[in-house]
Design a protein around this ligand. Structure first.
Ligand SMILES: [Zn+2]
Length: 255
């Protein structure tokens, strides 16, 4: 059971990080079944080439195996009663992005992405997908979110920008509204934040400063006051062995 590339044997040095196609390659009951993941996927409704090993392994290989195990020949396209619908709405694009990117790539923040997609879907889902090629709809969304923290709005916009670039890479959109003369994500103003500490915070800050003068651990032997005293005596010419005795410091530390 495997997803692999076949180009290494023909001398492709960049494999597997090359543009050569992924292959599904499965042995079942002594028979080896092999075909290009793209050929298998397109015959089953895919609208774009299989872009990553994760997608091939998580989306297409299980279907490939299921067909073999059920006695079908995966090289024959299944009869389809309906032609796959072309991508028409933003909602469809977001759904495709979710099933073919968010759900299959090894991502750290999947839950956050899913909630971002839900918000984007609620605001933009009904629009035609091509609305994302122009700034207007996205600027409306930005305006509706103007009362939120800039950082929050920026996260949605950054997600949408990634969706658009992902879609362009799969020929689902022809251009993006996110470019220097189109939609910009104002990252600069995110950090500009002014706030005064309240009284309770001020007190905690002062307490923390006091703590800095205490020994670091209950078992620590010296406070900063001790250190200052030792330094003063050392400056006054008291030899180290005398200091060691006076402050009960191991002589080894003083040598
Ligand atoms: Zn290759």
């Amino acid at each position: 059971m495997a997803v692999r590339k076949r180009c290494r044997s023909s001398g492709c040095k960049a494999s597997p990080r090359c543009a050569h196609p992924w292959w599904l390659d499965v042995r079942y009951k002594g028979v080896r079944h092999r075909m290009r993941a793209d050929d298998f996927a397109f015959a089953r409704g895919a609208t774009a080439p299989v872009a990553s090993k994760e997608e091939a392994a998580k989306v297409w290989e299980p279907k490939f195996i299921a067909e073999i195990v059920s006695g079908k020949d995966p090289r024959l396209a299944p009869e389809r009663k309906e032609v796959p619908k072309p991508l028409t709405t933003v909602a469809q694009l977001l759904k495709l992005y979710r099933t073919r990117y968010v759900d299959v790539e090894p991502l750290k923040s999947r839950a956050g992405m899913v909630s971002q997609l839900n918000v984007l879907n609620a605001h933009l889902g009904n629009l035609p997908a091509t609305a994302l090629e122009r700034p207007d709809a996205i600027e409306d969304f930005k305006a509706r979110y103007a009362n939120r923290a800039i950082a929050t709005t920026n996260r949605y916009l950054a997600r949408l920008r990634h969706v658009c670039n992902w879609a362009i890479g799969r020929d689902l959109l022809s251009r993006t509204a996110f470019h220097p003369r189109g939609i910009r994500i104002p990252a600069k103003s995110e950090h500009r934040r002014e706030r005064r500490v309240c009284e309770a915070e001020e007190q905690r800050l002062l307490d923390a400063c006091t703590l800095l003068n205490e020994p670091a651990r209950p078992t620590a032997k010296l406070s900063w006051d001790d250190v200052r005293e030792i330094r003063a005596r050392a400056d006054a010419g008291v030899p180290q062995n005398k200091l060691a005795v006076a402050f009960r410091i191991s002589p080894a530390v003083c040598n």
